[in-house]
Design a protein around this ligand. Structure first.
Ligand code: HEC
Ligand code: HEC
Ligand code: HEC
Ligand code: HEC
Ligand code: HEC
Ligand code: HEC
Ligand code: HEC
Ligand code: HEC
Ligand code: HEC
Length: 412
């Protein structure tokens, strides 16, 4: 009876009742080396926590202590699971909506379908088992909830997980693709935001490449992925003179100027001078290059005025003057600077000039407020000095008067 129970339940993927025996786990826990390891790891596995035993993936009969029976192929046992068979094994449950939704009503069931569209899934289907399958990203026997910070697919750990293959030149040699994605990505503003500031909205490898599919849903090519987060910049770029020409040249939008893995902190140096990204296409005396130089000049001017005003306000504040209103205005001026740098993406000088002029006006105002506060401080200092002198003179007078009284009392 017990045997039939297991044999019927296992193919459905339903776990045995909680009190049911798991001879596989029991026996393997006391074996040694590689046969014991899965049993030791399995305690932390998300499947174990949901009541699944070893037989959920390996088949066999967990109710029997006799290894010949429990691990009998006639009872569905699969000892070795080939790499080519793994995705299908996981999909047996993970593509089954009625099963998965019993455990988690919101769980997606498209991982396998998506995976088949990815380069990884396609290579494995072609018989090249070097490409990634489910367990290369999720591990096996210690599969964790994907939000668990220890899971190998957690955004902070994912770059290492992909790098195990993609940063290994020997492993990737036969494909002739670069192996520098990890190193470059780790130098990017995105990794900085993610790792140093804990900003989980910054992209890790899968934010751009998709978790399972070739590209995230709604993005026809990886090159278009930047706009899913940088919406405003994409809108500006799409209306700019570059959009149609880049598209007809087959060039990939943002990546032409910012790169893909090594996105660095942008600066006006990208607009003009030896580090200009415009020089890739615009000759120095062309209108495009001249426009770039003018935008750089405008943005640099505003930056210099902002720095001067901020320094003045800081001096005033540290000498105890009340400048909080000017500091709020200064914040508005800083926002104009951000707007100007965003406006670069319209690739029209006027679009940059407008926020720059707003910012310059505000910076001039806050600078004047700082100067006025320092002048006021100086006036107060002179006033203070005068009253200190007055007090000192009065005290000296008092002291002499007391001495005079004492002397007159002493002589009497
Ligand atoms: C009484 C001990 C015992 C029980 C019960 C047992 N195993 Fe094993 N298992 C072993 C030993 C010993 C080996 C290594 C020798 C061999 O391959 O037959 C092994 C090998 C394996 C392997 C590696 C097979 C291979 O071909 O490399 C897997 C996987 C495995 N067991 C899973 C299971 C599962 C699943 C169950 C329960 C359905 C189970 N075992 C029950 C002792 C046991
Ligand atoms: C979620 C599915 C899943 C569960 C549950 C599971 N395994 Fe595995 N196991 C696999 C896969 C997939 C492989 C192949 C790993 C590989 O190719 O590196 C494997 C490999 C193994 C191997 C090595 C076989 C070989 O290739 O020589 C052993 C031993 C093993 N499992 C034992 C267990 C034991 C014992 C349990 C329960 C404590 C268990 N497994 C639970 C999926 C699972
Ligand atoms: C190339 C790496 C990679 C491969 C291969 C892979 N996954 Fe994932 N998987 C991920 C990442 C990354 C996430 C998302 C983690 C997060 O949300 O932070 C994920 C999430 C999941 C989730 C959670 C629900 C969801 O869809 O977000 C499940 C379940 C899952 N994967 C199962 C599978 C299965 C089954 C396979 C094989 C068919 C597989 N994965 C193959 C990287 C991978
Ligand atoms: C017997 C059915 C079954 C099999 C086979 C199976 N899983 Fe699962 N898996 C589940 C269930 C049920 C959950 C819990 C769902 C949940 O909590 O959202 C789960 C959870 C997960 C999670 C965590 C999902 C999350 O949202 O964090 C991952 C990752 C995962 N499985 C990967 C795999 C991989 C990889 C394989 C193949 C090696 C596999 N599973 C095989 C049933 C199965
Ligand atoms: C088990 C090793 C392995 C792991 C882990 C792995 N990959 Fe791959 N990946 C490969 C192999 C092999 C190819 C095939 C290369 C080819 O055909 O050009 C590939 C192909 C790719 C491609 C397509 C490259 C092309 O040809 O344009 C992308 C993109 C990619 N992987 C991204 C990732 C990301 C992102 C991760 C982590 C979430 C990851 N891979 C994890 C081995 C792996
Ligand atoms: C900000 C988005 C983004 C992030 C983050 C990102 N990639 Fe990419 N990746 C791209 C783009 C865009 C391409 C170029 C695709 C094209 O030309 O169609 C690319 C190309 C690739 C390729 C193909 C070979 C090549 O270098 O051109 C691989 C492999 C790859 N990335 C792996 C990774 C890995 C591994 C990580 C994490 C360490 C990662 N990527 C992080 C956007 C990203
Ligand atoms: C998953 C969302 C996401 C994707 C996709 C994405 N980014 Fe980002 N990006 C961010 C976040 C978050 C920051 C950090 C914002 C901050 O520093 O305030 C950032 C920062 C930047 C910065 C630096 C801004 C600054 O002022 O320092 C640049 C440049 C940038 N991204 C360009 C790109 C490009 C180019 C792509 C496509 C190849 C891309 N991003 C893809 C979310 C994303
Ligand atoms: C033709 C070159 C070019 C293209 C194409 C381009 N950018 Fe930029 N981007 C720049 C330059 C130059 C700056 C630096 C402006 C500065 O700092 O003065 C910049 C700055 C940025 C910033 C920082 C602005 C801020 O608010 O801090 C982000 C983010 C950014 N770009 C994202 C993108 C995205 C997303 C795309 C595609 C939609 C894109 N860029 C396309 C040249 C380009
Ligand atoms: C990949 C090549 C490429 C890059 C890089 C590039 N441009 Fe252009 N740009 C073009 C092409 C092609 C045109 C359209 C040709 C035309 O109308 O003269 C154009 C047009 C323009 C125009 C409008 C027409 C004009 O000539 O006045 C401006 C302004 C401009 N670019 C500025 C820039 C600036 C600033 C940068 C650097 C931040 C830059 N471009 C980077 C190729 C590029």
């Amino acid at each position: 009876m017990k045997l039939r129970f297991a044999a019927v339940l296992v193919p459905l993927g339903l776990p045995p009742p909680a009190e049911a025996k798991d001879s596989c786990w029991e026996c393997h826990a006391v074996l040694e080396g590689p046969l014991q390891r899965p049993a030791a790891l399995y305690k932390a596995d998300v499947h174990a926590r949901h009541g699944f035993g070893c037989a959920a993936c390996h088949g066999g009969d967990p109710s029997s202590d006799d290894p010949h029976l429990s691990m009998s192929p006639r009872r569905g046992f699969r000892g070795k699971i080939s790499r080519a068979a793994i995705a299908k094994l996981c999909a047996h449950c993970h593509s089954d909506a009625s099963l998965m939704h019993k455990y988690n009503p919101r769980q997606r069931v498209d991982q396998y379908a998506q995976y088949l569209t990815s380069v990884h899934g396609q290579r494995i289907a072609q018989g090249d088992t070097a490409a990634a399958t489910c367990i290369d990203c999720h591990s096996v026997h210690d599969i964790r909830n994907v939000k668990d910070a220890r899971a190998p697919v957690h955004p902070l750990r994912l770059p290492d997980t992909c790098a195990r293959c993609h940063a290994d030149p020997g492993y990737m040699a036969k494909y002739g693709i670069p192996t520098d994605q990890f190193d470059k990505y780790r130098r990017s503003v995105h990794w900085q935001a993610l790792a140093e500031r804990g900003d989980l909205s910054a992209p890790s490898c899968a934010s751009c490449h998709g978790n399972h599919g070739a590209t995230p849903p709604g993005v026809s090519s990886v090159a278009a992925v930047c706009g899913t987060c940088h919406v405003l910049l994409e809108e500006l770029f799409n209306k700019s003179p570059h959009q149609p020409v880049f598209a007809s040249m087959g060039m990939a939008g943002c990546i032409v100027c910012h790169g893909n893995h090594e996105v660095l902190k942008p600066s006006p140096a990208m607009l003009a001078g030896p580090k200009s990204v415009c020089a890739q296409c615009h000759d120095p005396d062309s209108s495009g290059a001249i426009a770039g130089a003018e935008m750089a000049r405008l943005i640099n001017d505003l930056r210099a005025s902002l720095d001067r005003a901020r320094a003045m306000l800081e001096r005033a504040a540290s000498s105890g003057m009340e400048v909080s209103e000017a500091q709020i205005r200064q914040q508005e001026a800083e926002e104009a600077w951000i707007k100007a740098r965003v406006a670069v993406h319209a690739f029209r000088i006027e679009a940059v000039r407008e926020p720059v002029e707003t910012g310059l006006k505000l910076a001039a105002e806050t600078y004047r407020a700082g100067v006025a506060a320092l002048e006021e401080r100086n006036r107060r200092r002179i006033g203070l000095a005068v009253s200190l002198v007055t007090i000192a003179v009065t005290m000296a007078g008092l002291w002499m008067a007391i001495r005079a009284i004492e002397r007159s009392q002493g002589s009497s």
